[in-house]
Each structure stands twice: as C-alpha cells, then as structure tokens.
Design a protein around this ligand. Structure first.
Ligand code: GPP
Ligand code: MG
Length: 294
C-alpha cells in the first residue's frame, strides 16, 4: 500500500485543480515571466491541495471507513485517519504547516496571486470543515468546487499576468460545476447511505443531471463566443473545452442507468493530466520564446 502520507494528501486527486491552474499558467505565460515565480506558485499550489485534502480526510473520517474503493483515486477506507496511522493532532499540525507554506510562497508571486490563494485556502477549509462543511450542503458543494477551479485558473493566469478574459473565466467556473456533478452523482448511493446531504442526494440524481445538461448549453454558448472573439490560444482552448465537455457529457449519459451513474475516475483523471502537462509545456515554450502568439 502507498505511504500513509500519500494516502493523507491524495496527490492524484489534485489533478482536478491542477488543470485550471495549468491552463491559466499556459495562457498567462510570457517571455518575461519570472521563472522563480513559477516554482513559488507550484509550491503554493501543492501546499493548498495538501491543506484542503488533509482537512477533507479528517472531516470525512467517520464516513470514509464505509468506502468500497469505487470511483475514487483510492479506497478511502485506507485513509490514515481511518486506519489510525496518523493521529488527528498530527494531521492538523501538517495541515497548519501546509497552509502557512502555501500563503508564504503565494506572497512571493504577486499580490493578486496571494489574495487568490487566501480565498482558495478558505474554500478548502469551508468545504470540508464544520460549521460550514459545504460538501454536505446542496448547491454549496458544487459552488465550492467551481469557485476553487476558477480561482485556480485566475491564479495561474496571474503568474505571467497577461491575456485574462472574463468570459473565459466565467466559462471555467461553469465547466467545473458540470464536471463536478457526475462525480457527486457517482457518490450518490454512498453519500445517501452515510447520511451526507450533497446536491445529488438532495435533488436526486436525475434532476441534478438535468441541471448539468442545461449548464452544458451555457458552456457551449460561452466558449463559442470566446472562440469567435479572441486570439489563437483562447480559440484553441475553447475548442478543447467544447469537445471534451461534449464527450464527457455523452459518456456520462451512456453510463447513467436506472437512476445510477458508475463513472470510473479515469474519465476525468487521465484527460486532465494530459491536458495539464500540455498546458505546462506550452507555457514553458512561450517563456523560452520558442512559440509566439497571435
Ligand atoms: C474531496 O472531497 C476533496 C476535495 C474536492 C478538496 C476540496 C478542496 C477545495 C479547494 C474545494 P469529497 O469528500 O467530496 O470527496 P472524496 O469522497 O473524494 O473525499
Ligand atoms: Mg472526502
């Protein structure tokens, strides 16, 4: 089994937020982007994720013990607060160190990046921890993830600091909501059994998937406008998002049977990691002045 610290912070699951962050980095990067800022930004990102996932494991300790290993990056019943390999006190201590590192390095990037990382860490906290524990509140669970993805995108953009497009940012927020919905529908049986009132449990899987189709229509409209009105790299990005969202929606629809959705985590994880790597390479090529944009 993986190290208890890996099971504590769940790096594979970070990929979900790495994608908007790397898209932002790729699009925002420029010839004069400070390379130290990229390293500082990555440390801030990793520590933010570590903080958010430790708190999530801690607050989910009593429900994760019933997890059967399905549809996740790991079998959550093996997370170290469930197995007792890491004490709550030690976990909280590592979380505290993580948030301090995250904000300290964010401070070294720029003011906007720092402000966004304060917000990102607050979202990580209120999503999992009482009294808010938004992961168990209908709509709030979706909004937290969508907002965290949008914040990650803007933070990524702010590293290089160019090419911010409001419509593209709004599109990212809605796209993140659309990608989050099937995951919460997949968790439906488990969340219902353990008494968590997520959006899927509250509205029912069918209704929440209907909301997803409506939002997909909004996404297609937004990215079509971005495609028609912006430069080459935003055009390509819009096209990628349109095509992948459509494939994802159709795949989710095919897999939805008898009011249940059993979607393997790899439908998200594999394309997300490939796209993240692609955008990082693209950003570095721009910084090295090997690619120009028009
Ligand atoms: C997983 O939540 C944890 C996160 C999505 C981290 C939250 C961080 C943000 C910045 C929003 P979960 O408990 O709903 O899912 P899992 O069952 O995978 O732990
Ligand atoms: Mg959890």
């Amino acid at each position: 089994m993986k190290s208890k610290y890996i099971r504590l912070v769940r790096p594979v699951a970070w990929i979900v937020f790495l994608l908007p962050f790397s898209v932002g980095f790729g699009i925002g990067a420029a010839k004069n982007t400070n390379q130290f800022h990229i390293i500082f930004a990555l440390i801030a990102f990793v520590s933010w994720m570590s903080f958010s996932f430790i708190l999530n494991s801690l607050s989910d300790k009593d429900v994760d013990k019933f997890h059967d290993g399905r549809a996740k990056d790991m079998n959550l019943s093996n997370q170290p607060f469930v197995t007792g390999e890491i004490s709550e006190k030690k976990g909280l201590f590592i979380a505290l160190i993580s948030v301090i590192i995250s904000l300290s390095f964010a401070w070294l990037v720029n003011y906007l990046f720092f402000t966004l990382f304060i917000i990102a860490n607050i979202i990580g906290y209120i999503y999992s921890m009482p009294p808010t524990r938004f992961k168990t509140k209908p709509v709030a669970d979706i909004l937290c993830n969508a907002l965290a993805a949008a914040v990650a995108l803007i933070a990524g953009l702010s590293i290089g600091g160019i090419n911010m497009n409001l419509l593209f940012i709004i599109g990212t927020f809605i796209t993140a909501a659309v990608f989050y919905i099937p995951t919460v529908v997949t968790d439906y049986d488990f969340d219902k059994k353990v008494g968590l009132k997520t959006s899927a449990v509250f509205f029912g899987p069918k209704k929440i998937l209907m909301a997803m189709y409506t939002l997909t229509f909004v996404i297609l409209t937004i990215y079509t406008i971005v495609f028609l009105t912006t430069n080459f790299e935003l055009k390509i990005s819009s096209l990628i998002i349109i095509v992948y969202t459509l494939i994802f929606i159709i795949a989710s629809n095919i897999k939805f049977k008898d009011g249940r959705l059993y979607a393997h985590a790899n439908w998200i994880l594999v394309p997300f990691i490939l796209l993240s790597v692609g955008y990082f390479i693209y950003g570095f090529l721009k910084i090295a002045d090997l690619i120009g944009i028009s």
